[in-house]
Design a protein around this ligand. Structure first.
Ligand code: FAD
Ligand code: DHB
Length: 389
């Protein structure tokens, strides 16, 4: 098979990029290791920046998101006792949208056939070849049969564990990484949220987050040690812990219910440079990971593919190589700022095993400063709603 752009990975980055390129008339094939149901079964991000919702609107797929998504004008930080309101709309003039990654992915998936976006699911052994030449290709197996897709560009949207990053030789690449000594245990339950807005809580027992998917579906997280296990957290223990960490105001409104899903995710900061080598371009989690504290992972994937689709569209429209060459630098400038914000918020809100009484006082002082300073709240709000493209 021959196409203009082969995309590895049908997560949000791959699907959004596919649609953006199709809207410009570019031929695209997406190759995904998992099944469509498996991709939809992963419960991940929940908060979309305006930059991300604008992209959905631009490709004409924002209708259900605007109908079912929840527009949020602010969120809370909590310090164990009080709630500190970050009024993002008053501080920045912008809002965010609570709409699950699953729903966004479903909208992109459902629209693919009608837009000529071909997606090959359950492709195994995906390999990238000749990425330093003008004629790269990918190979894979499906149903025991070997396949090959020749393309002009290969876009690696295959997440942290995918093969695309490995196609960039170690000699030209640098990876920056920070692993945190804890993870987030998440629970999804069909109960009304305890608060109309999200609550990010720093409690001396550890971080907790109250989030939601709708008026009747809640998503909560608690910080747990890296070696903790789901079996250690029967539903009642988790609800008890959330009530303690989120503080008395939120606890009074927590409605308990059985877990629809429960999982533990480690926290990591990671950036891989450059995001392009020859004819392979990386986007989303294949090139960078943020700890989820700032709700930036999915939104960074979206801003990457905005830059990438622009670069490739210009290439196919006018043979303009400059935009392709500039992609990595443009994307990384925004990536590093989101890395900084996510790292800073993670340090502010979590309990670190090696922290001492002084470190704890620093966190409390910083939260107190944020509560008292419009400038500090504005800095948080403008990063949370998303920096300009
Ligand atoms: P992915 O969504 O990972 O998509 C990559 C795709 O590539 C997958 O479908 C994968 O199956 C496919 N793939 C992988 N290997 C191959 C291969 N060899 N061949 C073909 N296809 C392949 N962000 C938040 O903001 N909030 C959260 O609460 C949050 N929770 C998260 C929980 C977990 C467990 C993880 C892993 C991430 C979480 N994130 C969260 C981050 C956010 O979900 C990601 O940033 C976002 O999914 C990035 O999209 P992506 O398309 O780049 O990568
Ligand atoms: C959700 C996840 C986040 O990482 C975050 O910062 C906010 C919300 C969520 O899954 O709802």
């Amino acid at each position: 098979m021959r196409t203009q752009v082969a995309i590895v990975g049908a997560g949000p980055a791959g699907l959004l990029l596919g649609h953006l390129l199709r809207a410009e008339g570019v031929d695209v094939v997406v190759v995904e290791r998992a099944s469509a149901d498996y991709v939809l079964g992963r419960i991940r991000a929940g908060v979309l920046e305006r930059t991300t919702t604008d992209l959905m609107d631009r490709i004409g797929l924002g209708e259900r998101m605007h109908r079912e998504g929840l527009v949020h004008s602010g969120f809370h930080l909590a310090d164990g006792e009080r709630l500190i309101h970050i009024d993002i709309e008053a501080l920045t003039g912008r809002q965010v949208m609570v709409y699950g990654q699953t729903e966004l992915t479903r909208d992109l998936m459902d629209a693919a056939p009608g837009r000529g976006l071909q997606i090959v699911y359950e492709a195994s052994d995906v390999c990238l070849h000749d990425v330093e030449s003008d004629a790269p290709y990918i190979s894979y197996h499906k149903g025991g049969v070997a396949h090959r897709i020749d393309a002009q560009f290969i876009c690696g949207c295959d997440g942290y564990h995918g093969p695309s990053r490995q196609a960039v030789p170690a000699l030209v690449a640098t990876a920056y990484e920070k692993n945190y000594p804890f993870g987030w245990l998440g629970i999804l339950a069909d109960v009304p949220p305890c608060s109309q807005e999200l609550i990010y809580a720093n409690h001396e027992r550890g971080f907790a987050l109250a989030s939601m998917r709708s008026g009747s579906r809640s998503r909560y997280y608690v910080q747990v040690p890296l070696d903790d296990r789901i079996e250690n957290w029967p539903d009642e223990r988790l609800w008890d812990e959330l009530a303690i960490r989120l503080g008395p105001e939120a606890a009074a409104h927590i409605v308990r219910g059985p877990a629809l899903e429960k999982s533990i995710a480690p926290l990591r900061s990671f950036v891989f440079e450059p995001m392009r080598h020859g004819r392979v371009m990386l986007a989303g989690d294949s090139a960078h990971i943020v700890p989820p504290t700032g709700a930036k992972g999915l939104n960074l994937a979206a801003s990457d593919v905005h830059y990438l689709s622009e670069a490739l569209s210009r290439y196919f429209r006018s043979n303009d190589n400059d935009a392709v060459a500039a992609y990595s630098g443009r994307a990384l400038a925004r990536v590093w700022k989101a890395e900084r914000f996510s790292w800073q918020l993670t340090r502010l809100l979590h309990r670190f095993p090696d922290s001492d009484a002084f470190d704890r006082k620093m966190q409390i002082a910083e939260l107190d400063y944020i509560a008292s300073s419009v400038a500090a709240r504005t800095a948080i709000a403008e990063n949370y709603v998303g920096l300009p493209l």
